[in-house]
Design a protein around this ligand. Structure first.
Ligand SMILES: [Zn+2]
Length: 403
């Protein structure tokens, strides 16, 4: 049995035309906007056309359910998200949802009814581009956060998630259980494309820790303050950035450290910066190395201030432990890729995905396909049709083993 690659790509294109901007070549379906509603309406129509029962839960997650022959079996869920960032490509998230729908279409066409029910899920606000936190739908589905807290989250103009769910008619009351979860996704990184490998078997998602901090020194005249008498906070932050790079390289095994925001104050050409705020992002997959990296980062923040006699403050702004996907599910995907004659490699996801919350309570795995040049979250995001087809066939055959 094989999925229909042309049908899959034509659905992805149709969804990609919702919110499309011909001037940028990207599409924008920020969560719970009119464009997101139009995408949701299209998806629900396609689900009903395939005979799926559509359920919407309290946070607006959409579940399309195909009943199995044995109601005592827990459903196999496939899914991802259809909301986008601003001027996005057409594959991020959409591929996982419409790939799941394509599996259903293939089973319908072949008149196969397995014992387990199958569910195609589209989780609300994965991107977090309009409302925080990101991955809101899967966070709620996994009961990691109270519903009230999510419904009261506001966008920049003060509108809440709850108000927008009511307005677009996607605040529901019905959910569905899950037995295991598979998420098909474009890699959004360069590895598969660079190495010419068709399938990435994702073993987990790396841990992430974010800090925000500030150094306090002395603002002073740039002409009359001798170098040895300065308390220049920007120089300390510059040292911290270089030390963080050294740390990530010395820890190795894929450790990455990034200082993405630096703001010297008063931010004037002829004044020694007396204050400088910064952010630091550290990621690593291995649990022990992640802990070690976090400890070392905090030591560096302190020592770089001390070296120049500065005061400092810092706090952890976000933290997510590394996620390890189910061994059995990982092996299953590998064996199905081999069965289909496709080359594959095991890898860790650098980006966060809905799958990481699902994996906290059911066996979960992700399947990656190459992103050309590793580009994503931009109109240039691209995956070749053959790769889309291959990934979806691996999903189909993995699902067939699970039902
Ligand atoms: Zn995504």
């Amino acid at each position: 049995m094989r999925i229909n690659g042309e049908r899959l790509i034509s659905s992805i294109r149709a969804m990609g035309s919702v919110g499309f901007n011909p001037e940028t070549g990207g599409r924008t379906r920020l969560a719970l906007t009119d464009e997101d509603k139009a995408g949701r309406d299209l998806l629900c129509r396609w689900m009903r056309d395939e005979g799926l029962e559509v359920k919407i839960d309290e946070i607006g997650n959409i579940f399309g359910i195909r009943e199995g022959s044995d109601p005592s079996e827990l459903p196999v869920m496939m899914g991802s998200h259809i909301d986008t960032v601003r001027d996005a490509g057409m594959f991020d998230g959409v591929y996982g949802v419409l790939g799941g729908l394509e599996v259903i279409r293939t089973l319908n066409e072949n008149e196969v009814t397995p014992k387990s029910s199958l569910v195609v899920a589209a989780f609300t606000n994965e991107e977090g581009a309009r409302f925080q936190p990101d991955m809101m739908g899967s966070l709620y589905y996994a009961r990691k956060v109270e519903l009230g807290e999510l419904l009261s989250s506001r966008d920049d103009s003060g509108i809440t998630v709850g108000e927008e769910l009511d307005r677009i008619g996607y605040g529901g009351a019905y959910s569905t259980p899950v037995g295991c979860y598979l998420e098909l996704h474009v890699e959004q990184g360069p590895r598969l494309h660079a190495e010419g490998v068709s399938i990435g078997i994702v073993e987990g998602v790396q841990g992430l820790a974010w800090w925000t901090g500030e150094y306090y020194g002395e603002s002073n005249h740039a002409g009359s303050t001798p170098m040895e008498m300065r308390k220049d906070t920007l120089l300390a932050v510059a040292e911290l950035a270089l030390e963080a790079e050294k740390l990530a390289l010395s820890l190795g095994r894929g450790s990455v450290a990034t200082m993405g925001r630096i703001a010297p104050r008063p931010d004037i050409i002829n004044i020694v910066p007396g204050k400088c705020s910064f952010t630091l992002d550290f990621r690593q997959f291995d649990g022990e190395l992640f802990e070690e990296g976090k400890r070392e980062v905090e030591k560096l923040i302190v020592s770089c201030a001390a070296r120049r006699g500065l005061k400092y403050c810092f706090k952890k702004a976000a933290e997510a432990a590394p996620v390890i996907f189910d061994r059995g599910m990982v092996e299953l995907v590998g064996s199905r890729a081999a069965f289909l004659g496709l080359d594959s490699m095991k890898m860790i996801s650098g980006a966060s995905h809905d799958a990481q919350f699902l994996s906290s309570f059911c066996p979960t795995v992700m399947i990656f396909v190459p992103s050309v040049g590793g580009r994503s979250h931009c109109p240039e995001e691209w995956t070749d049709v053959k790769d889309l087809e291959n990934g979806c066939n691996v999903l189909l055959h993995s699902v067939l083993e699970l039902v």
